[in-house]
Design a protein around this ligand. Structure first.
Ligand SMILES: Nc1nc2c(ncn2[C@@H]2O[C@H](COP(=O)(O)OP(=O)(O)O)[C@@H](O)[C@H]2O)c(=O)[nH]1
Ligand SMILES: [Mg+2]
Length: 253
């Protein structure tokens, strides 16, 4: 069962993966490999006190994760290819100059059944607060435009994808969001969830993903058998950051 874990730089992929692997807090999702200590050594920069970024000359970065999802009676293992997708990889010139990397990316995408796409929040929904600089975030217009690439990518390069989890990360920075309360509403419990997957999707979609409703509609229209689901995630909330993985664990064959 293959999943690609993708998103642009600085959206939080490395941080989310590290948190997901943190053995002290898992509920239903566990990273089997690489082990946490190894991931941490590889991805965490002690001196800078943050995740190591992908270096500029290395436009894509490949790592694999083996993730186990525990459902009430079953366990499922999700094999994940993790790829940075900075803006330049969509340029024809980059693809021509980096044929091996591009081919590798396309091949991985081609065989994947699931996608976890990590996207940043856009400026208009960022909380106005001391210590948060909204200029660090792209505008809604830029964010929407970025989805043009994603729709083309999913339509033309991911013919086998059945489920796309769109994860709006850094949910802790969103206006009007109390992470704990949201997690109580959205969290997965095998027998007593307050919402089902449709309800979770509706709730998140209406609040944050309306600007890309036509993009999502296009995906649903052109690609039969494909389901797109919206999530919010944050490294500060375990329930929320596990949700997309639980969803894929349940729905992927
Ligand atoms: N507030 C907040 N910051 C986050 C979150 N996830 C990642 N970050 C920060 O965003 C920056 C980029 O994260 P990183 O994981 O390196 O992104 P990557 O390039 O996609 O792997 C780092 O400074 C992280 O601390 C989150 O959920 N909330
Ligand atoms: Mg990274």
């Amino acid at each position: 069962m293959g999943v690609i874990y993708i998103g642009d730089r600085e959206t939080g992929k490395t941080s989310l993966a590290l948190e997901l692997a943190n053995p002290s807090s898992n509920n239903y999702v566990k990273v089997l490999s690489p082990p946490y200590s190894q991931l941490k050594a590889l991805l965490w920069d002690d001196v800078a006190g943050r995740t190591r970024g992908t270096s500029g000359d290395q436009a894509t970065y490949n790592e694999t994760l083996e993730i186990e999802v525990f459902l009430s009676t079953r366990r499922k293992t999700i094999y994940t290819d993790w790829i940075d997708t900075p803006g330049e990889i969509w340029r024809a010139s980059w693809q021509k100059n980096n044929p091996d990397k591009w081919a590798n990316f396309v091949e991985t995408a081609h065989s994947s059944q699931g996608v976890i796409l990590v996207v940043p929040p856009y400026r208009e929904i960022i909380r106005q607060d001391m210590g948060i600089n909204s200029d660090d975030f792209i505008t809604q217009q830029q964010w929407v435009r970025r989805f043009d690439n994603w729709v083309d990518f999913f339509r033309y390069k991911c013919p086998n994808v059945k489920h796309i989890a769109l994860c709006l990360n850094k949910a802790d920075l969103l206006q009007g969001i109390d992470l704990k309360q949201e997690a109580q509403k959205l969290a997965f419990h095998p027998h007593s969830s307050r919402m089902n997957w449709n309800q979770r999707n509706d709730y998140i979609f209406k609040r944050f993903f309306r600007p890309v409703r036509s993009h999502i509609a296009q995906l649903n229209q052109y690609t039969s058998g494909l389901t797109v689901r919206c999530f919010i995630t944050s490294i500060y909330n375990r329930d929320l950051l596990e949700l997309p993985w639980i969803y894929l664990g349940i729905y992927l064959k």
